[in-house]
Design a protein around this ligand. Structure first.
Ligand SMILES: [Zn+2]
Length: 322
């Protein structure tokens, strides 16, 4: 818009009635949110390259659905920042920044739907698409002291229409006490004082070899792993060469060295359970890895993640655990 035109608009603001001014303010803020969403998406993946063949020979090729489009000189195909990411194919991209704001506040799907003015099913779909790329964003080659411990979530078919078993009343309890096939283990490993967090959701009946597979890239042979009780952890020492410091769960920390404990992980687990089992009243086991990744993302940014950071993470750029 030309400067004179713009000046004329500004001058005419004085003639607006209060309710018109209100309406204008809403329109401006929606426009700003949309611009923020598109900018965050466009900027998130860094340098432009072809999402199909990886070629760097791309040229700007107009805009599509609000986003910068590129055309590849090698394969002739076009792409944008969302091509080939979990966010591709989602509509109403202008509300993505708002969605990440809601998610960084750990809002329920209903609250998010209301805030973004979308249906509950859209908010639900967005939630899981935005978390998908975050699941594999684990740390690598952690040095120093790593606290590792597991917690259990009751197996849940929440949201599933046909239940293969009788429904539990009000979320319910496990039929049997203790660790059974109904309990889904979630292992969390935190490098103390470094902010790195690794996690993995296992099938019920987690074995040592599962742990080894999950932590192989995370640790180095000189990592000191602190854990309590579970015999599965011995496999880490045997297979990965780490130094294992096991202690009894009933005593907080080892009698030999009081810094050998898993209290950082335990409090991380409690916060996660309070959120997922309390505020969210339990989550479907199928989606548990996404929720665990959500917790990890927010913890890394100390609950203060910007829409740009969240969107970049959702597009698959690893900003956490690095
Ligand atoms: Zn290409």
């Amino acid at each position: 818009m030309r400067t004179e035109q713009f000046k004329r608009i500004l001058q005419r603001l004085n003639t607006l009635r209060p309710e018109q001014l209100e309406e204008l303010a809403t329109a401006v803020s929606l426009r700003q949110a949309a611009a923020a969403s598109y900018r965050a998406l466009d900027d998130a993946r860094g340098g432009a390259c072809c999402r199909h063949c990886g070629s760097l020979a791309v040229v700007r090729y107009g805009r599509a659905h609000g986003l910068q489009r590129y055309r590849c000189k090698d394969c002739s195909r076009t792409c944008s920042a969302v091509t080939g990411t979990p966010l591709t194919g989602l509509r109403m991209k202008e509300r993505f920044a708002k969605n990440t704001e809601c998610m960084s506040k750990r809002m329920t799907v209903r609250e998010t739907a209301a805030e973004c003015d979308v249906s509950v099913s859209t908010a639900f779909r967005w939630r899981h698409r935005f978390l998908k790329a975050v699941v594999p964003q684990q740390p690598a080659g952690v040095e120093g002291l790593l606290e590792v411990d597991e917690t259990y979530f009751l197996h849940s078919l929440k949201g599933q229409r046909k239940l293969p078993r009788a429904a539990r009343s009000r979320g319910g309890k496990a039929k049997r006490r203790g660790i059974s096939r109904e309990q889904v283990p979630v292992v969390v490993a935190i490098a103390r004082g470094q902010g790195f967090t690794a996690d993995r959701v296992f099938e019920p009946g987690m074995k040592g070899k599962d742990l080894v597979e999950a932590l192989r890239g995370v640790v180095k042979p000189d990592t000191v792993v602190c854990s309590d009780g579970n015999a599965a952890y011995f496999a880490l020492q045997r297979e990965l060469g780490v130094t294992l410091k096991m202690f009894s769960a009933s005593k907080h920390g080892s009698a030999i060295n009081p810094s050998f404990h898993v209290q950082t992980v335990n409090s991380y687990h409690s916060r996660m359970k309070a959120w997922l089992n309390g505020q969210f009243r339990g989550v479907a086991t199928k989606y548990l890895p996404n929720y665990v990744a959500w917790q990890r993302l927010l913890a890394w940014f100390k609950q203060d993640v910007t829409p740009e950071q969240f969107i970049a993470s959702s597009l698959g750029r690893q900003l956490i655990n690095t």
